[in-house]
Design a protein around this ligand. Sequence first.
Ligand code: BGC
Length: 744
Amino acid sequence: MKRFFLTLFSVVALLANAGTMPVYLDCSKPIEQRIDDLLPRLTLDEKIAIIHAQSKFSSPGIARLGIPTFWTDDGPHGVRPDVLWDEWEQAGATNDSCVAFPALTCLAATWNPDIARRYGIALGEEARYRGKDMILGPGVNILRTPLGGRNFEYMGEDPYLASAMVVPYVQGLQSQGVAACVKHYALNNNELFRHNTNVIVDERTLHEIYLPAFKAAVQQGHAWGIMGAYNLYKNIHNCHNPYLLNDVLKRDWGFDGVVVSDWGGAHDTEQAIKYGLDMEFGTWTNGLTEGARNAYDNYYLALPYKRLIEQGKFSTKELDDKVRRVLRLFMRTTLQDYRPRGSMCSAEHYATARATACEGIVLLQNRNATLPIDVNATRRVLVVGENAIKMMTVGGGSSSLKVQRESLPLEALRSRLQPLGIEVDYARGYVGDTTGAYNGVTTGQDLVDRRPAQELVREAVEKARQADIVIYYGGLNKSQHQDAEEFDREDYGLPYNQDDLISALAATGCRLVVVNISGNPVAMPWRDAVGAIVQGWMLGSEAGEALADVLTGAANPSGKLPFTWPEKLGDVGAHAMGDYPGTKRADSDIWDEEYCERFYVGYRWVDKAKTRPAFAFGHGLSYTSFKLGKPAMSATAVTAADSITFTVPVTNVGSRAGAEVVQLYIHDVKSSFERPYKELKGFAKIYLEPGQTRNVAITIGRDALSYYDDNQHRWVAEAGKFEALLGTASDKIAHRLTFTLTNP
Ligand code: BGC
């Protein structure tokens, strides 16, 4: 009998236990309650373990409690191939070839937040399928100088545009249970000396130009991660920077996610403890080969931190805050109840890559309707240039990808035109970078051509004379000092003698199209001598197809520049004011770089200095034309609490369907503070059939009228007169409407 009761008792106990899932695993419970349950269960070692890396891209979970390893990966325009545990070298997996989406300058050039959301979702699906929990992106550092090596990874020069585009990207990505890690916070605007540049910038410029996109990602996009930048601000590294991380990000913006160090961006245990770093990655880039027993144990936030706690120098107050944030990240990702499983290299992902590319390509110039290629009047096309045959997805630094496929411009154009009986010939024209390898990923292309430069030019010129149209594909590539991490460009001009080649082609009098592949503006001394110029970006897997779509007119271009295209470097505020890349201190390897141009970045500088850019911010042509009709506004006087809506009818007055971007800039007519002449505060992209008219409405609120007052350390809207400038580019303002702000 006794035995019977004992057995009954243990069965009941077992059943009861089976029914009590720990609160932290119960996804029906609020996240904060789950964290409250989990935190006290952790030992000091477990807490320390989850706040730093255990491999190149992962941090440990807590195996004892069934909490999975946390996997990060680059970012930002495709999921990076897997690397070895401790090395940058790729692991050699054969199942990690991805879809490369167009780099973020192209995404920004779509001026289409819906595309950004779709892009984020597709990237999230690829990341999930590959088992990644956090994507190291998107990047939203402002383009301050066209020399910036990583501008191609960012969203251009304007804080409003970057904010509008980063929010849906983050939301789309995170909807798949994959955290965004918005980077590089903040002021990482050049690659040159990125580890030891101390940026000196006034508080107002910081808040008006360099922080808004991060703020939007946090407050509107609810980003779960932010990556600290390598450089310094106020003489302290940004991965543990009290002002940027504790005061602005966490206190003022209410960020509840994790601050992740850029790889190797942490430098000091006490600063990391106190000044906002939550997860340390990449400190020793060679993992175990540094000679320590376990290199990861020697991370600033590993044993050195534990020792300080054991010595009583720190309590667990800061640690518990970091751990809470990391646990919140786990709840949002690896411990989420229903988590999409993702998919890879799907037809939809390719379609998203192509749609982004087609909408982002910018038709900069189109004299005498050089484009689209008139297939009825064309018998012979000549394609010239290395970028017509070169894969562009490998290289450039951490955003380098291993792709399942990449369509190349020459092949794609041939496959469109040859079936129509049009001959497509090719001439190399110049030899640039023939290596095509990054971290063990190789393109497999043999681009070596040993003919002397003059011979390549001669061949191209001779063939151009026979062609009905010449399509030149050049620009930059992903090798050092071009569109690549760690170094900036050395000058504004095109490399490999391309200017001479393009000029020689133009001198034949041929119908000439220049397709510039880059994430940066470049000097174009031959601009007036060529018919059409197409900005082709770093377009990813569907590069060739998307360019062929635009060149043949299958897609009507609708991209708009997300940055100013200066004629020369001296027309850029940062260069005109002369403090790039700063000055090296005599007593250390720190470079002080002062942003003397202040908030006069991009078109703000153009307006102030009255320079004439080659192409203005927001510029982009179409194969059709649009007309903006008479605009209206919802009120002529508003208080700061009101919003105001501007409407304008837009008509497609041409003969093709197409899209136009209506841009709204605000001009503060009279202000007690110096302000840029105009600032973008709203835009809308609209698709119209030929002859169709639709109304575009753009609503703005108080923030669109405000400036950052650095005496009061807050945004201020000052009463007075404002003008709303409505147009289709920063230099193409069609209408001005005056209104008054009363009672701010
Ligand atoms: C880059 C980051 C990148 C990280 C990991 C760093 O060198 O600056 O953008 O996410 O490496 O690859």
